[in-house]
Design a protein around this ligand. Structure first.
Ligand SMILES: Nc1ncnc2c1ncn2[C@@H]1O[C@H](COP(=O)(O)OP(=O)(O)OP(=O)(O)O)[C@@H](O)[C@H]1O
Length: 326
């Protein structure tokens, strides 16, 4: 079942398109990453998803209710189903850790005794049970983000929206916050949508990825699909075509075990496949550890050469053709 359904969302600022015809669904308990260059529309999309901004057209159905058109009073209530985690934590410096986490519960009118119990549970969940009476200034960046996450979870949201939640953190702390978010997703079955510009965060946290460019979704898929396509796009010749011309060379991706690189791989393949290969690039395989993708230009590729390559590599795939003089 989908928790969130976004249909043909459009948002413009003064005639300048920020989001164009954005449609996607997020299943309950899923983790979706949204990536894109600066200005691609990530923040605008997240603001629309959080009910802080309204699109000019389109639907944002959260648990079946359309945030794009809901009257303000009802939207305020629906927004409680959403927890927000910010890049710079947005903690109130004059409040203790416990009082920061309690804030959304206070606003929702929860009685004090229940609030204290819930805050204790949340601090336990994020591993900061003994920091309740400290002030934000006494905490590290990672601890502040744990408090930000505890606060976002306070009112039992259905959806957690994370806006560059680890961008202000060092790699080790990033790792621990991503582990916490993955844990929360598993234990609470909470749906997480996050925006980031860090590929590594996508690799670690996302099950599905959307790539935004100039306000449009230009790619969607698993992290492996997206990262693979991105890495490939960066290394492939610009004159690559999808159809062979007379005498053109094939560009082939071979997936091999890393141990294959210790041997004269291309020489062996040339002998066994009766073709000539020029090495273009090697890169880690999205298939996983212990494998590497070797991208070669093949001169004289035939069906039997491809069969021989497939027999010698874990996988072999023609990804395009370049003119013979390349
Ligand atoms: N309030 C606003 N008023 C006018 N233009 C805006 C406003 N908010 C966003 N934009 C424009 O909308 C486009 C998308 O901006 P947005 O901030 O959503 O991109 P982004 O992908 O989040 O970028 P970054 O990673 O740099 O934060 C940009 O062209 C931006 O200038």
């Amino acid at each position: 079942m989908n928790l969130l359904e976004v249909e043909r969302l459009n948002r413009a600022f003064g005639g300048q398109t920020a989001l164009h015809d954005i449609s996607f669904n997020v299943g309950k308990g899923q983790r979706l990453g949204i990536i894109g260059r600066s200005g691609a529309g990530k923040s605008t999309l997240l603001r629309c998803l959080s009910g802080l901004d309204r699109p000019q057209s389109g639907k944002i159905l959260l648990e079946g209710e359309d945030m794009a058109t809901l009257p303000e009073a009802r939207l305020v209530v629906l927004r409680r189903r959403i927890g927000l985690v910010f890049q710079h934590f947005n903690l109130l410096t004059s409040r203790t850790v416990a009082a920061n986490v309690a804030l959304p519960l206070e606003i929702a009118g929860m009685p004090k005794a229940l609030r204290s119990k819930r805050v204790a549970e949340l601090l336990e969940l994020v591993g900061l049970a003994d920091h309740a009476s400290k002030y934000p200034a006494m905490l590290s960046g990672g601890q502040k983000q744990r408090i930000g996450i505890a606060r976002a979870l306070a009112a039992h949201p259905a959806l957690l929206l994370c806006d560059e939640a680890t961008s202000a953190l060092d790699p080790e702390t990033t790792e621990s916050i991503l582990a916490l978010l993955a844990d929360i997703n598993q234990v609470l079955g909470l749906t997480i949508v996050f925006i980031t510009h860090e590929m590594d965060v996508v690799r670690r946290l996302a099950q599905q990825v959307l790539v935004l460019e100039k306000g449009r979704i230009v790619a969607r898929g698993t992290p492996a699909d997206i990262l693979d396509a991105n890495q490939m796009a960066a290394i492939l010749p610009p004159n690559l075509s999808q159809t062979p011309q007379d005498g053109s060379h094939a560009i082939v991706r071979l997936t091999v075990g890393t141990q294959a690189l210790c041997a004269p791989l291309l020489h062996t393949l040339e002998q066994q496949c009766q073709a000539r290969f020029a090495l273009l690039h090697t890169l880690p395989s999205p298939e996983g550890d212990g494998q590497v993708d070797v991208v070669v230009q093949a001169d004289g590729l035939s069906v039997s050469t491809m069969n021989a390559l497939q027999a010698h590599a874990c996988a072999a795939e023609v990804i395009g053709y370049v003119p013979a003089h390349s």
